[in-house]
Design a protein around this ligand. Structure first.
Ligand code: DGJ
Length: 370
């Protein structure tokens, strides 16, 4: 933020970041990507789009979106997937009535449960454009208590919602348990199968899309291929073929907060350990294809004396082409004041051999970090 105006002209990791209306940005556990946006006159242009968790009211909330031309200044585009205040509101509130017109009573019950403002946990939303249906598909960690357990993380599902336009409203479709450990491998948590918690999406150069997520009670990361409209798995869990439709990564390693990207033909996967809202040491992996083999490369941080990823947890890594900058996006969670959690965006460096390095800078600009 410059001293004499409210416009931002640099990144200041960990400082309060306000949108162009002067409100603190609510896009935690988020993702940034460039999308084609059609304006009211029907003209198309590229915009940066940031989606993330709305923590205005603390732990529970919906999903917000922002847009930007320069990555520094963000315009609020609204709460694109709203929490549902009550089952009744789906029958009485005009916004929900319009969005869910045609849903059966059972389907509405499921919307009320999965997006409940009182009970649901909605985390790490990520959006992907589907060329097949010319729509936008939102995946998120859809959690909350179940009839069997009061834990906020009992459901352990991946939720899906769709919208015709990038900025919503996103209509919730369903939430799912995902792939399960094959019988010839050791399931690290056999008592609850197909769990899906921290998650991310990745679209490969051939258009195949993948969901990357913590499973087996956060003990094992999975990568599962999505179907061709990106709204469900490529194959149902009962039919999925190990190595083709999904893989398990580092069983028992307890990794979460995955962020997968492709650079110079090499696939990188950044992750954190599992320590609730407290930051911990990052680790990354590399592979020659999404389905592996993945090799562990350890912690990319340089000078991170506390070994806490500079007090942050990964959520997305993306490329800014004009300055050729790879940007690490992390969350610095404040568990006692989640609404005030901060964003840690840092430029990544790559050595000639492809090794990734992350250093902390308190202020930086895209052009300076070429
Ligand atoms: C760590 C996860 O990465 C966050 O998204 C959130 O689920 C917290 N745990 C909750 O403790």
């Amino acid at each position: 933020m410059t001293a004499d105006s409210s416009r931002c002209s640099s990144f200041r990791p960990g400082e309060v970041w306000k949108d162009t209306d002067g409100n603190v940005i609510q896009a935690h556990g988020g993702q940034v990507q460039k999308l084609i946006i059609r304006n009211d006159s029907g003209e198309d242009s590229y915009k940066w789009v940031w989606i993330g968790e709305d923590k205005t009211n603390g732990y529970r909330g919906g999903v917000c979106m922002y847009s930007s031309d320069d990555l520094y200044n963000w315009q609020f585009k609204g709460v694109v997937m709203r929490n549902v205040p009550s089952r009744d509101s789906l029958d009485t509130d005009e916004y929900f009535k319009k969005l869910y017109a045609g849903y059966s009573s059972d389907e509405l019950d499921n919307v009320a449960l999965s997006l409940s403002a009182e009970r649901a946990v909605i985390e790490r939303p990520k959006v992907i454009y589907s060329p097949k249906n010319d729509n936008y598909v939102l995946w998120f960690h859809a959690d909350g208590p179940t009839p069997e357990s009061d834990s906020n993380y009992a459901a352990a599902c991946a939720g899906v919602a769709i919208s015709k336009t990038p900025f919503g409203p996103y209509k919730f479709i369903d939430r799912y348990r995902l792939n399960i450990c094959p019988p010839d491998q050791e399931d690290k948590y056999p008592k609850s199968r197909g769990m899906a918690r921290d998650m991310n999406l990745f679209t490969d150069v051939d258009g195949s899309a993948y969901i990357i997520y913590s499973s087996e009670e956060n003990l094992t990361l999975y990568i599962s291929r999505l179907n061709d409209d990106y709204t469900y798995l490529a194959m149902k869990p009962e039919e999925a073929v190990y190595g083709k439709d999904f893989i398990r990564l580092f069983p028992g390693a307890q990794r979460e907060a995955p962020a997968l990207f492709l650079r110079n033909g090499k696939y990188y996967l950044m992750s954190s350990g599992c320590t609730g809202w407290a930051p911990n040491q990052a680790r990354y992996y590399v592979a020659d294809s999404v389905m592996g083999e993945w090799t562990s490369k350890k912690d990319p941080c340089i000078g991170d004396t506390k070994k806490t990823t500079f007090d942050s947890q990964s959520t997305c890594i993306f490329h800014e082409p004009e300055s050729d900058t790879w940007i690490y996006m992390g969350d610095r969670w404040f568990s006692e004041a989640l609404h005030d959690s901060r964003y840690i965006w840092l430029p990544l460096k790559f050595r000639d051999n492809g090794d990734m390095e992350l250093s902390f800078v308190s202020e930086w600009k895209l052009k300076e970090d070429k």
